[in-house]
Ligand binder design. Structure first.
Ligand code: SAH
Ligand code: SF4
Ligand code: F3S
Length: 453
């Protein structure tokens, strides 16, 4: 067997793609390795969203170069591939900056990896593939071969046509594309047969999903979710990431009606200022978002909300930032991600006048993150004493412990659950810690009764 090491950066779609690359290379004799040392093939599946994310790749490549040299001295060969969004955005430049790289492959062409590996095995040059090929990569990928774990990802939609002025995704992932519903349903059934109990449907704009249904009509995400909910053994469904503009009535209704759909929604707004939202080309105002949140909460009152925020977008004044703080106070998030604006090459905002100074960005980020952390802390604290179902995903740090997720995506660890990985059990939240919850059994015998099935 040859050793394959894949390092994944960025979003969950990259996590999904990394798993598919492993599936693709398994028939060629590559087995996953835990570390790059001595590996026959190393893939960095990269992210271009912020400058820091992209720069990390080059420092990692510097380290890999040494491992590649060591392997060559011992008479072996390490093939280094850069996949993902940096590969798409920078292409040939990557090899110019780090000649140890053998393969550069974009997110829409990684199904071509086997032929690229064969090509470089024949010679000493490198191989580059950053087209958006007409042939759907999903049609060329083999079925999943390895157990996905209890909580699996499934990409249903790719690309983005929204062109927010700060964002590289429309350039790195290409135009919006939805996989046909039958293909998604088949993949979901396979994942469940391989042990998945929860599936998170992925897409850059997953709620813009409009895949061809078996009836020849375009299916919405809500229609797809209702169909997936019928799969025996699939206990939980989630989806991410949603754009506020695409949050349609049937999807809101599904949150109130489909029991498998978990009460957690990541709905990024980015800013609470209408002037900034407009400059970002988000296509909605703060009040639209607040109305939307109210409607979703009416459908599912216990829904936990999450968002992404950017501070220091070009032109953001103190008043704009106050509007973001005010919106956060009004919505009250269970969780959120926030970032300093990072100018990305090729995006309109990167050349805008009135870039915000770094120290102002840092101060705003600190203030926003303090508020978001307080809200998250309050949400977690409100869970103390509550009874909830946990899907156990992996062993905990202590012997006999297992860690899983609550319906609201909080990590919950429970003692005496070591043999329950892949199962759902009802626990009482006994303690709220800084980054997780501790669950306790309701009764001594609860760990042997199938509480949630
Ligand atoms: N498709 C998702 C976002 C994907 S990128 C959506 O539309 O919401 C994930 C997050 O990264 C974004 O929500 C945004 O908050 C952040 N982000 C994207 N580009 C950025 C940039 N140039 N600087 C800082 N943060 C950025
Ligand atoms: Fe980027 Fe905007 Fe598309 Fe999200 S909707 S991926 S932020 S361009
Ligand atoms: Fe990053 Fe590409 Fe995802 S830029 S966030 S890996 S789509």
């Amino acid at each position: 067997m040859k050793k394959l090491f894949i390092k994944t950066y960025g979003c969950q779609m990259n996590v999904y793609d990394s798993a598919r690359m492993a599936d693709l290379l398994a028939p060629l004799g590559y087995a996953p390795a835990e570390a790059p040392d001595g590996a026959d093939m190393v893939i960095l599946n990269t992210c271009h969203i912020r400058e820091k994310a992209a720069e990390k790749v080059y420092s990692e490549l510097g380290r890999l170069k040494h491992l590649k040299e060591e392997k060559a001295e011992a008479g072996g060969r390490m093939v280094i591939a850069v996949a993902g969004c940096v590969a798409q955005a920078e292409g040939e430049e990557i090899v110019a900056r780090q000649p140890a790289v053998d393969i550069v492959v974009g997110p829409q062409s990684y199904h071509r990896l086997p032929e690229m590996i064969a090509k470089i095995a024949r010679g000493t040059g490198h191989a580059l593939e950053t087209e958006f090929p007409a042939v759907d990569k999903f049609d060329s990928l083999p079925d999943e071969s390895r157990a996905p774990g209890p909580a699996a990802f499934l990409t249903v939609q790719e690309g983005c046509d929204k062109f927010c002025t700060f964002c590289v995704v429309p350039y790195t992932r290409g135009a919006e594309f939805s996989r046909p519903a039958a293909q998604v349903l088949n993949e979901a059934r396979r994942l469940v047969s391989l042990g998945a109990r929860e599936i998170t449907l992925l897409g850059q704009n997953v709620n813009a999903y409009a895949g061809e249904g078996p009836d020849g009509k375009d299916w919405s995400l809500a229609r797809l979710i209702r169909e997936l909910a019928g799969i025996d053994g699939l206990a939980r469904l989630r989806f991410t990431t949603s754009h506020p503009r695409d949050m349609r009535d049937d999807l809101i209704a599904a949150h109130g009606e489909v029991p498998q759909l978990m009460p957690y929604l990541h709905l990024p707004i980015q800013s609470g200022s209408d002037a900034i939202l407009e400059a970002m080309n988000r296509g909605h105002q703060a009040a639209d978002y607040l109305r939307l949140v109210a409607r979703i909460r009416a459908a599912r009152p216990d829904l936990a909300l999450s968002s992404d925020f950017i501070v220091g977008f070009p032109g953001e004044t103190d008043a704009d930032f106050r509007a973001t703080m005010k919106l956060v106070e009004e919505v009250n998030y269970a969780q959120a991600f926030s970032f300093k604006y990072s100018p990305r090459p090729g995006t309109p905002a990167s050349t805008a006048a009135r870039q915000v100074p770094e120290d102002v960005k840092s101060a705003r980020l600190l203030e926003l993150q303090a508020l978001l952390a307080a809200q998250q802390g309050a949400f977690n604290a409100s869970c103390a004493g509550r009874v909830m179902d946990v899907l156990f995903e992996k062993p905990g740090r202590k012997a006999g412990q297992a860690v899983g997720r609550s319906p609201y995506l909080q990590p919950v660890h429970v003692d005496g659950a070591g043999d329950l990985i892949g199962q759902i059990r009802t626990v009482r939240i006994a303690e709220v810690l800084s980054n997780s919850l501790r669950g306790a059994w309701l009764r001594e015998d609860a760990c042997v009764s199938e509480a949630a099935e």
